[in-house]
Ligand binder design. Structure first.
Ligand code: SF4
Length: 191
């Protein structure tokens, strides 16, 4: 979605990316995909032990997404001294699944960016907007129209917006403090 928004509409989406979920990503001394060197032009990957992958195939995963499945040679991985940190595969060789290049590079760049103070400051603006949208959706059921036709739906939106404003004015006059910004499970996972 991030790639399509940029490519098709020149819109940059700002939001936390899911971290990698493989066991190699978070284990002690384990070898994540980021430790490998990808040669996109020659369609190979070089591992930290200097071995070059033997298979590079474009496939479609269960979710219908195009992916690249990479495999190292059994003769390289079987005697490798760091194999327990690299693979648990019963067939004793490392396999890696990559997104296609455009998506992979955008994802890696986004994961790097989201650790920076500049990115966090930008995301705060979106969190504020999401708070407003959430109030309309959760408190005023604005997700669905109660009526048929755009004219009536538009009128519903105007009345909902007026009701939100009145609610906020009332809260301000009554001195109600702002609710703290909620951290979504997704954002917490990415933090
Ligand atoms: S197990 Fe295979 S891919 Fe992993 S470091 Fe060893 S040789 Fe390289």
């Amino acid at each position: 979605m991030v790639v399509a928004a940029k490519r098709d509409h020149n819109v940059e989406m700002v939001g936390p990316m899911m971290p990698g979920t493989s066991w190699q990503k978070s284990g002690e001394g384990t070898i994540p995909v980021s430790a490998f060197t990808i040669d996109w032009d020659n369609e190979t990957i070089t591992c930290p032990q200097g071995k070059i992958s033997k298979r590079w195939a474009h496939e479609v995963d269960k979710g219908g997404r195009e992916v690249i499945r990479v495999q190292f040679a059994r003769k390289d991985c079987t005697p490798c001294p760091v194999r327990p940190q690299c693979t648990r595969a019963g067939i004793s060789r490392r396999r890696i699944t990559l997104r296609v290049r455009e998506q992979y590079e955008v994802l890696q760049q986004a994961r790097t960016n989201q650790d920076s103070p500049e990115w966090k400051a930008r995301y705060q603006a979106r969190q504020g907007i999401e708070g407003t949208v959430a109030q309309a959706v959760d408190g005023f059921r604005a997700r669905r129209s109660r009526y048929r036709g755009t004219a009536k739906t538009h009128l519903q939106h105007l009345l909902t917006a007026a009701a939100i404003n009145l609610t906020r004015i009332d809260a301000w006059l009554m001195g109600m403090p702002l609710a703290p910004t909620r951290t979504s499970h997704f954002a917490a996972l990415a933090a």
